[in-house]
Design a protein around this ligand. Structure first.
Ligand code: WTA
Length: 656
């Protein structure tokens, strides 16, 4: 492995010459603009706010307070705008015939679709009218549970057009998870499809929706897109056919005038405790931030084809498939499939086919593809690629180097973007042409972002350049989440109480002598499985809901492809015999309760769990055993019964 501690400006990963010549931002400009963004925050963001078309221009820029008890985040608060107008209508004068969305279906034998900005305008306007005809109005919530099809983007934008708030639920979630999200925001309507094809398999989304709706308010309606044409059940008066209603809908829909602070969407994400929380994003600040980061981080230029391979069910899809690219008038690729089906060359085939200029994916996908070697990549002409990006988890230097050499042929900068559902857009990331790259480091803060490294125990800011601790942010940026839906108190407690005065990210980090940040992973009980964020508490509560389970503790452990795997310690009810069958049953149970992404990798039968005398499970010990690193368990003298630890070590499931 190469030495990853590159010195500033030193080859091999200094900005490539050609990139530096063309990039929006060079190293000097970064320094100057970053300084400005901090010293004259209102001036800086006031200028950036002009990226958007405002109905009523804002005068106020930043009104934010991180003080516990009165946390409040507002940007551009007296301005009004419409997000869909900014993503569609304003481009019509200059780029009506330009492709807005390239849709690449799951099956490579099916044709791709090219949706122009004019098409997008028509589809979104019609759908806006359909939503209104179904009784959805400004401020109402709409749940979107769709495959990766253009209708998912239409649905998001149609909500934005009428001022309804969308909540996209990843199509891999179970009926229970869907139902909880419909109820959590009291949605009036669910938009779904008959089936979701993915990797040659199909998920019965309508069937899932039917099951979810059994546990929801009777008034919730369902609008169904026909993706595969499969037979589905139909509840008259509740279910509506997307195609039929769209065919009759008017083409004209006036975009609603929304306040900058009106919520654009809710997106549920996992935390360290309790059930997932509904992260609320704003209209104005969010869009300014998504558009700016999309343009600058990816060095997007007019005419480029941009591909973010995430799912719209996650924040990455919101900001970098839909809102950021479309606000910039870009051509954005939407891919329904998976990287390894029909074979491991699919990503590269799609890159070649659509002449992708910027490609953005997750380290887990890179690691999975790396296992197939260079041949699937080399079969394809990737000469259009100019930049590569990663997101979702730390990228190991081996994967970074493979991405750089095999995919990027050493000529595409890699932007390792650190951010979160809560942050709306990139917070720490290299800028192509400006930042010297280091494999595994997210490098420097984006404009306006003030990261601090805190001592985990004392909470004190570590002032030295070289530092290791928890990562927090000292002040607000426009893309920051505004609240947790229906629970502002939980918002304050989750992000602002542990280290008062700071936004606490939940991640640990190291800052090196050059001031570059290296994210070391979560410091809370959140795990990151294949780039999907999951609360161990959610998996535990799914397990203990099973009649044969008395108690469960879930931790992450290092997994070669997924980054982290899910390791479950399960104590069975008295008299229940452990068996391979039961393991399968529990695995299936969790898939059903949450979704396939939460499927346990390892289940260890635990007659006892290590607990303190006050009954608290000592997760630190469980983590060590799961990591197969039981030589350094630390102090176990406070355990109520130290012997359970030896039993767990003897029967550990990970011996790799
Ligand atoms: C992790 C995804 C290291 C981190 C946009 C964060 C990363 C969580 C990176 C958020 C990165 C994201 N390097 N770790 N470049 N990007 N993470 O909310 O632990 O799904 O807190 O948002 O992913 O996950 P989320």
């Amino acid at each position: 492995m190469m030495n990853i501690e590159a010195k500033p400006g030193r080859a091999p990963h200094a900005p490539a010459q050609d990139m530096a010549a063309r990039a929006h931002i060079d190293a000097e400009t970064y320094e100057r603009m970053y300084r400005e963004s901090i010293t004259d925050c209102d001036g800086f963001w006031g200028e950036q706010g002009k990226r958007l078309d405002w109905i009523k221009p804002f005068e106020a820029v930043k009104n934010t307070d991180f003080t516990l008890g009165k946390v409040s985040i507002e940007w551009f608060r007296d301005g009004t705008l419409n997000v869909a107008q900014n993503c569609i209508d304003r481009h019509l004068a200059t780029r009506a015939e330009q492709t807005a969305i390239i849709w690449e279906p799951d099956d490579p034998a099916d044709p791709a679709k090219h949706i122009t900005y004019r098409d997008l305008h028509r589809e979104v306007s019609r759908l806006a009218n359909v939503l209104e005809s179904l009784g959805v109005s400004r401020g109402d919530r709409v749940v979107i549970y769709l495959p990766m099809i253009p209708e998912a983007a239409y649905a998001m934008l149609a909500c934005a057009r009428i001022g309804a708030i969308h909540s996209v639920v990843f199509a891999g979630f179970s009926p229970d998870a869907l139902g909880a999200r419909i109820n959590g925001c009291d949605a009036k309507l669910v938009i779904t499809a008959d089936e979701a094809p993915r990797g040659g398999r199909k998920t019965a989304l309508k069937t899932n929706t039917d099951q979810a709706l059994l546990h929801c308010n009777e008034g919730v309606k369902c609008l169904m897109v026909r993706r595969t044409g499969a037979q589905t059940t139909w509840v008259e008066g509740r279910d509506f056919d997307y195609g039929a209603l769209m065919a009759e809908a008017e083409d004209h829909s006036e975009p609603a005038e929304m306040n900058a602070e009106d919520p654009l969407f809710i997106l549920y994400t996992s935390g360290s405790t309790g059930q997932p929380k509904g992260v609320v994003h704003s209209s104005g600040g969010y869009l300014v931030y998504a558009a700016m980061t999309h343009q600058i981080t990816f060095d997007y230029h007019d005419g480029d084809v941009f591909w973010c391979s995430a799912d719209v069910g996650w924040v990455t899809g919101h900001s970098y498939i839909v809102y950021g690219p479309l606000a910039n008038g870009a051509t954005t690729v939407m891919f329904e499939g998976v990287p390894t089906w029909p074979d491991a060359s699919r990503f590269w085939e799609v890159c070649e086919k659509h002449k992708v200029n910027q490609f953005y994916t997750a380290p887990t996908a890179i690691r999975a593809l790396m296992g197939h070697g260079a041949t699937p990549v080399e079969k394809h002409d990737l000469s259009a690629l100019r930049l590569l990006g990663t997101v979702g988890e730390p990228i190991n230097p081996e994967a970074w180097n493979w991405y750089n050499e095999v995919v990027g042929k050493g000529r595409c900068p890699i932007v390792d973007t650190w951010w979160q559902t809560e942050t709306g857009g990139h917070l720490i990331t290299p800028l192509p042409g400006a930042t010297a790259l280091k494999p595994g480091s997210a490098t420097k803060p984006f404009f306006g972002v003030q990261p601090v490294v805190l001592d985990p125990q004392s909470g004190a800011v570590i002032e030295e350049t070289e530092a290791e601790g928890v990562l927090a942010i000292a002040d607000s940026w426009p893309g920051q989440m505004r609240t947790i839906w229906g629970d502002h108190e939980r918002f304050e407690q989750t992000y602002f109480s542990q280290y008062p005065g700071y936004y606490f990210s939940g991640d640990g980090c190291r800052r090196d002598a050059d001031g570059d940040y290296w994210i070391t992973g979560r410091v809370d009980d959140v795990i990151n499985v294949s780039g999907h964020r999951m609360g161990t508490a959610e998996v535990e509560s799914a397990l203990v809901a099973h009649a044969k389970v008395a108690e469960a503790a879930v931790v992450g452990y290092p997994h070669e492809i997924k980054g982290q795997g899910i390791y479950c310690y399960v104590t069975l009810m008295n008299g229940v015999e452990p068996s391979e069958e039961l393991r399968k049953e529990l695995r299936q149970w969790v898939r059903q309760e949450i979704g396939p992404i939460a499927s346990p990798d390892l289940i260890q039968w635990a007659p006892g769990l290590p607990k303190t005398r006050s009954g608290k499970i000592m997760r630190r010990i469980l983590r060590k055993i799961a990591e197969n690193d039981y030589g350094s368990l630390g102090d176990t003298s406070t355990l109520a019964d130290p012997s359970v630890v030896d039993e767990l070590i003897d029967n550990r499931m990970n011996r790799g």
